[in-house]
Design a protein around this ligand. Sequence first.
Ligand SMILES: NC(=O)c1ccc[n+]([C@@H]2O[C@H](COP(=O)([O-])OP(=O)(O)OC[C@H]3O[C@@H](n4cnc5c(N)ncnc54)[C@H](O)[C@@H]3O)[C@@H](O)[C@H]2O)c1
Length: 249
Amino acid sequence: MTFKDKTIVVAGAGGGMGKAVVETLLKENANVVGCDLNIASLEELEGVDRFLGIEGNLLEEEKVKSVFSNAKETFGGIHGLVNAAGIAQSSTPIEQVDLKEWYKLIDINLTMTFLTCREAASYMKEQGGGAIVNIGSVSVTRPRPGLQSYVASKGAVESFTKALALELSDNQINVNLLHPGPSDTNMLGQFAQKGADIEKMKDTVFKDSVPMGRLLEPQDIANSVKFLLSDEASMVTGSVFHVDGGRNI
Ligand SMILES: NC(=O)c1ccc[n+]([C@@H]2O[C@H](COP(=O)([O-])OP(=O)(O)OC[C@H]3O[C@@H](n4cnc5c(N)ncnc54)[C@H](O)[C@@H]3O)[C@@H](O)[C@H]2O)c1
Protein backbone atom coordinates (compact mmCIF):
# COMPACT_ATOMS: atom_id res chain seq x y z
CA MET A 1 0.00 0.00 0.00
CA THR A 2 1.62 3.25 -1.02
CA PHE A 3 0.34 6.80 -1.03
CA LYS A 4 3.51 8.41 -2.35
CA ASP A 5 2.65 11.38 -4.60
CA LYS A 6 -1.03 11.09 -3.71
CA THR A 7 -2.91 13.99 -2.18
CA ILE A 8 -5.80 13.43 0.18
CA VAL A 9 -8.17 16.12 1.51
CA VAL A 10 -9.46 15.37 5.02
CA ALA A 11 -12.54 17.32 6.13
CA GLY A 12 -12.89 17.39 9.91
CA ALA A 13 -9.13 16.92 10.27
CA GLY A 14 -9.05 18.55 13.71
CA GLY A 15 -11.46 16.01 15.24
CA GLY A 16 -10.72 12.65 16.86
CA MET A 17 -11.06 10.46 13.77
CA GLY A 18 -9.91 13.12 11.31
CA LYS A 19 -6.64 13.65 13.17
CA ALA A 20 -5.95 9.89 13.24
CA VAL A 21 -6.64 9.74 9.48
CA VAL A 22 -4.25 12.66 8.82
CA GLU A 23 -1.43 11.11 10.88
CA THR A 24 -1.94 7.66 9.33
CA LEU A 25 -1.83 9.00 5.77
CA LEU A 26 1.25 11.11 6.47
CA LYS A 27 3.01 7.96 7.76
CA GLU A 28 2.13 6.33 4.43
CA ASN A 29 3.87 9.18 2.58
CA ALA A 30 0.72 10.89 1.29
CA ASN A 31 0.36 14.64 0.92
CA VAL A 32 -2.48 15.65 3.24
CA VAL A 33 -4.69 18.72 3.26
CA GLY A 34 -6.53 18.87 6.57
CA CYS A 35 -9.39 21.29 7.09
CA ASP A 36 -11.65 21.96 10.04
CA LEU A 37 -13.39 24.77 11.90
CA ASN A 38 -10.54 24.41 14.36
CA ILE A 39 -7.14 22.91 13.55
CA ALA A 40 -5.47 23.57 16.92
CA SER A 41 -5.11 19.81 17.53
CA LEU A 42 -2.87 19.62 14.43
CA GLU A 43 -0.43 22.26 15.67
CA GLU A 44 2.48 19.82 15.87
CA LEU A 45 2.19 19.22 12.10
CA GLU A 46 2.97 22.84 11.31
CA GLY A 47 6.08 22.87 9.16
CA VAL A 48 5.67 19.29 7.88
CA ASP A 49 6.11 19.81 4.14
CA ARG A 50 3.58 17.16 3.04
CA PHE A 51 0.87 18.70 5.23
CA LEU A 52 -1.31 21.74 4.63
CA GLY A 53 -3.75 22.78 7.37
CA ILE A 54 -6.67 25.06 6.52
CA GLU A 55 -9.05 26.46 9.11
CA GLY A 56 -12.60 27.32 8.08
CA ASN A 57 -16.26 26.46 7.81
CA LEU A 58 -16.84 23.79 5.17
CA LEU A 59 -20.49 24.72 4.90
CA GLU A 60 -19.38 27.79 2.97
CA GLU A 61 -19.18 27.03 -0.76
CA GLU A 62 -16.34 29.46 -1.32
CA LYS A 63 -14.29 27.93 1.50
CA VAL A 64 -14.74 24.45 0.05
CA LYS A 65 -13.67 25.67 -3.39
CA SER A 66 -10.59 27.35 -1.96
CA VAL A 67 -9.55 24.23 0.00
CA PHE A 68 -9.52 22.16 -3.19
CA SER A 69 -7.86 24.77 -5.38
CA ASN A 70 -5.23 25.31 -2.69
CA ALA A 71 -4.63 21.55 -2.47
CA LYS A 72 -4.19 21.26 -6.23
CA GLU A 73 -1.91 24.29 -6.39
CA THR A 74 0.25 23.06 -3.51
CA PHE A 75 0.53 19.37 -4.37
CA GLY A 76 -0.48 19.09 -8.04
CA GLY A 77 -3.60 16.90 -7.83
CA ILE A 78 -6.35 15.50 -5.62
CA HIS A 79 -6.58 11.72 -5.31
CA GLY A 80 -8.71 11.26 -2.22
CA LEU A 81 -11.30 12.86 0.03
CA VAL A 82 -12.28 11.78 3.53
CA ASN A 83 -15.37 13.36 5.08
CA ALA A 84 -14.78 13.06 8.82
CA ALA A 85 -16.45 16.32 9.89
CA GLY A 86 -19.78 16.17 11.65
CA ILE A 87 -21.82 16.93 14.73
CA ALA A 88 -23.75 14.79 17.21
CA GLN A 89 -27.26 15.08 18.59
CA SER A 90 -27.82 14.93 22.30
CA SER A 91 -30.48 12.24 22.94
CA THR A 92 -33.79 14.17 22.86
CA PRO A 93 -37.43 13.08 22.42
CA ILE A 94 -38.71 14.22 19.01
CA GLU A 95 -41.31 16.62 20.41
CA GLN A 96 -38.50 18.61 22.04
CA VAL A 97 -36.29 18.85 18.96
CA ASP A 98 -36.02 22.40 17.74
CA LEU A 99 -36.32 22.92 13.96
CA LYS A 100 -33.05 24.87 14.01
CA GLU A 101 -31.27 21.85 15.48
CA TRP A 102 -32.75 19.57 12.81
CA TYR A 103 -31.49 21.87 10.03
CA LYS A 104 -28.06 22.17 11.66
CA LEU A 105 -27.63 18.39 11.72
CA ILE A 106 -28.78 18.06 8.11
CA ASP A 107 -26.55 20.95 7.00
CA ILE A 108 -23.36 19.83 8.69
CA ASN A 109 -23.69 16.06 8.32
CA LEU A 110 -25.32 15.91 4.88
CA THR A 111 -25.00 19.21 2.95
CA MET A 112 -21.33 19.59 3.86
CA THR A 113 -20.69 16.05 2.53
CA PHE A 114 -22.45 17.03 -0.70
CA LEU A 115 -20.34 20.20 -1.03
CA THR A 116 -16.97 18.49 -0.56
CA CYS A 117 -17.92 15.52 -2.78
CA ARG A 118 -19.12 17.87 -5.54
CA GLU A 119 -15.82 19.70 -5.52
CA ALA A 120 -13.73 16.51 -5.31
CA ALA A 121 -15.64 14.88 -8.19
CA SER A 122 -14.78 17.64 -10.65
CA TYR A 123 -11.04 17.42 -9.87
CA MET A 124 -11.03 13.61 -9.86
CA LYS A 125 -12.93 13.39 -13.17
CA GLU A 126 -10.43 15.68 -14.84
CA GLN A 127 -7.59 13.61 -13.50
CA GLY A 128 -9.12 10.20 -14.38
CA GLY A 129 -9.87 8.69 -10.97
CA GLY A 130 -9.87 8.99 -7.20
CA ALA A 131 -11.39 7.72 -3.98
CA ILE A 132 -13.91 9.22 -1.58
CA VAL A 133 -14.67 7.91 1.91
CA ASN A 134 -17.70 9.33 3.70
CA ILE A 135 -18.24 8.69 7.39
CA GLY A 136 -21.72 7.64 8.51
CA SER A 137 -22.60 5.93 11.78
CA VAL A 138 -23.61 2.47 12.96
CA SER A 139 -26.70 4.20 14.34
CA VAL A 140 -28.11 4.13 10.78
CA THR A 141 -28.20 0.33 11.06
CA ARG A 142 -28.86 0.17 14.83
CA PRO A 143 -30.47 3.45 15.98
CA ARG A 144 -30.61 4.57 19.60
CA PRO A 145 -33.65 6.33 21.09
CA GLY A 146 -33.62 10.12 20.89
CA LEU A 147 -31.16 10.38 17.99
CA GLN A 148 -33.78 10.55 15.21
CA SER A 149 -32.39 13.69 13.51
CA TYR A 150 -28.73 12.58 13.62
CA VAL A 151 -29.67 9.13 12.28
CA ALA A 152 -31.72 10.71 9.48
CA SER A 153 -28.77 12.90 8.45
CA LYS A 154 -26.40 9.91 8.38
CA GLY A 155 -28.93 7.65 6.62
CA ALA A 156 -29.11 10.23 3.87
CA VAL A 157 -25.31 10.20 3.63
CA GLU A 158 -25.55 6.43 3.03
CA SER A 159 -28.04 6.85 0.16
CA PHE A 160 -26.03 9.75 -1.27
CA THR A 161 -22.82 7.68 -1.16
CA LYS A 162 -24.38 4.77 -3.07
CA ALA A 163 -25.93 7.06 -5.70
CA LEU A 164 -22.62 8.88 -6.19
CA ALA A 165 -20.66 5.61 -6.40
CA LEU A 166 -22.82 4.54 -9.32
CA GLU A 167 -22.68 7.96 -10.98
CA LEU A 168 -18.88 8.17 -10.77
CA SER A 169 -18.06 4.53 -11.49
CA ASP A 170 -17.33 5.22 -15.18
CA ASN A 171 -14.76 7.78 -14.06
CA GLN A 172 -12.89 5.25 -11.90
CA ILE A 173 -13.83 7.17 -8.77
CA ASN A 174 -14.52 4.90 -5.79
CA VAL A 175 -17.06 6.20 -3.29
CA ASN A 176 -17.58 4.29 -0.06
CA LEU A 177 -19.18 4.78 3.32
CA LEU A 178 -17.64 3.81 6.65
CA HIS A 179 -20.01 3.37 9.60
CA PRO A 180 -18.06 3.72 12.87
CA GLY A 181 -19.29 2.21 16.11
CA PRO A 182 -19.03 4.12 19.42
CA SER A 183 -15.57 5.65 19.34
CA ASP A 184 -13.51 7.27 22.03
CA THR A 185 -13.50 10.87 20.77
CA ASN A 186 -14.96 14.15 22.08
CA MET A 187 -18.12 13.45 20.15
CA LEU A 188 -19.14 10.28 21.99
CA GLY A 189 -20.30 12.04 25.14
CA GLN A 190 -22.34 14.50 23.07
CA PHE A 191 -24.80 11.71 22.19
CA ALA A 192 -25.85 11.37 25.84
CA GLN A 193 -28.83 13.14 27.36
CA LYS A 194 -27.97 16.52 28.90
CA GLY A 195 -26.67 16.04 32.45
CA ALA A 196 -25.74 12.35 32.03
CA ASP A 197 -22.53 10.93 33.56
CA ILE A 198 -20.52 10.58 30.34
CA GLU A 199 -17.54 8.69 31.77
CA LYS A 200 -19.88 6.13 33.35
CA MET A 201 -21.84 5.77 30.09
CA LYS A 202 -18.66 5.18 28.12
CA ASP A 203 -17.81 2.34 30.45
CA THR A 204 -21.28 0.80 30.48
CA VAL A 205 -23.94 1.60 27.85
CA PHE A 206 -21.57 2.46 25.00
CA LYS A 207 -18.94 -0.19 25.70
CA ASP A 208 -21.50 -2.92 26.39
CA SER A 209 -23.16 -2.26 23.02
CA VAL A 210 -20.01 -3.45 21.23
CA PRO A 211 -19.87 -7.27 20.98
CA MET A 212 -16.06 -7.17 20.86
CA GLY A 213 -16.11 -5.51 24.28
CA ARG A 214 -14.34 -2.18 23.83
CA LEU A 215 -14.93 1.27 22.39
CA LEU A 216 -13.41 1.94 18.99
CA GLU A 217 -10.22 4.00 18.91
CA PRO A 218 -9.77 6.68 16.21
CA GLN A 219 -6.92 4.54 14.86
CA ASP A 220 -9.35 1.65 14.19
CA ILE A 221 -11.27 3.97 11.90
CA ALA A 222 -8.14 5.42 10.26
CA ASN A 223 -6.84 1.92 9.39
CA SER A 224 -9.99 1.13 7.39
CA VAL A 225 -10.12 4.57 5.79
CA LYS A 226 -6.57 3.98 4.59
CA PHE A 227 -7.64 0.70 2.98
CA LEU A 228 -10.66 2.27 1.27
CA LEU A 229 -8.44 5.01 -0.21
CA SER A 230 -5.80 2.59 -1.42
CA ASP A 231 -5.20 0.96 -4.82
CA GLU A 232 -5.89 -2.38 -3.09
CA ALA A 233 -9.55 -1.29 -2.81
CA SER A 234 -9.84 -0.26 -6.45
CA MET A 235 -12.84 -2.56 -7.05
CA VAL A 236 -14.61 -1.56 -3.83
CA THR A 237 -17.26 1.07 -4.47
CA GLY A 238 -20.74 1.83 -3.13
CA SER A 239 -19.97 -0.35 -0.12
CA VAL A 240 -21.08 0.22 3.45
CA PHE A 241 -18.14 -0.70 5.63
CA HIS A 242 -18.94 -1.25 9.32
CA VAL A 243 -16.01 -0.62 11.67
CA ASP A 244 -17.76 -1.22 14.95
CA GLY A 245 -16.62 -4.39 16.72
CA GLY A 246 -19.87 -6.07 15.66
CA ARG A 247 -22.29 -3.41 16.95
CA ASN A 248 -24.25 -3.61 13.66
CA ILE A 249 -25.08 -7.31 14.02
N1 LIG B 1 -17.38 9.29 17.96
C1 LIG B 1 -18.32 8.41 17.71
O1 LIG B 1 -18.70 7.60 18.57
C2 LIG B 1 -18.92 8.32 16.34
C3 LIG B 1 -19.75 7.22 16.06
C4 LIG B 1 -20.32 7.11 14.80
C5 LIG B 1 -20.05 8.06 13.84
N2 LIG B 1 -19.25 9.12 14.12
C6 LIG B 1 -18.99 10.09 13.04
O2 LIG B 1 -17.60 10.13 12.79
C7 LIG B 1 -17.22 11.42 12.26
C8 LIG B 1 -16.03 11.95 13.06
O3 LIG B 1 -16.44 12.14 14.40
P1 LIG B 1 -15.42 12.29 15.64
O4 LIG B 1 -15.84 11.28 16.64
O5 LIG B 1 -14.04 12.37 15.15
O6 LIG B 1 -15.94 13.70 16.19
P2 LIG B 1 -15.16 15.05 16.56
O7 LIG B 1 -16.18 15.93 17.17
O8 LIG B 1 -13.92 14.73 17.30
O9 LIG B 1 -14.76 15.62 15.11
C9 LIG B 1 -15.67 16.23 14.24
C10 LIG B 1 -14.96 17.42 13.62
O10 LIG B 1 -15.82 18.03 12.64
C11 LIG B 1 -15.51 19.42 12.65
N3 LIG B 1 -16.59 20.21 12.05
C12 LIG B 1 -17.88 20.32 12.47
N4 LIG B 1 -18.55 21.20 11.72
C13 LIG B 1 -17.66 21.69 10.80
C14 LIG B 1 -17.75 22.65 9.76
N5 LIG B 1 -18.90 23.32 9.52
N6 LIG B 1 -16.65 22.91 9.01
C15 LIG B 1 -15.49 22.26 9.26
N7 LIG B 1 -15.35 21.33 10.24
C16 LIG B 1 -16.42 21.06 11.00
C17 LIG B 1 -15.38 19.74 14.14
O11 LIG B 1 -14.70 20.97 14.34
C18 LIG B 1 -14.62 18.53 14.66
O12 LIG B 1 -13.21 18.74 14.69
C19 LIG B 1 -18.48 12.29 12.38
O13 LIG B 1 -19.11 12.35 11.13
C20 LIG B 1 -19.36 11.52 13.36
O14 LIG B 1 -20.73 11.77 13.16
C21 LIG B 1 -18.68 9.28 15.35
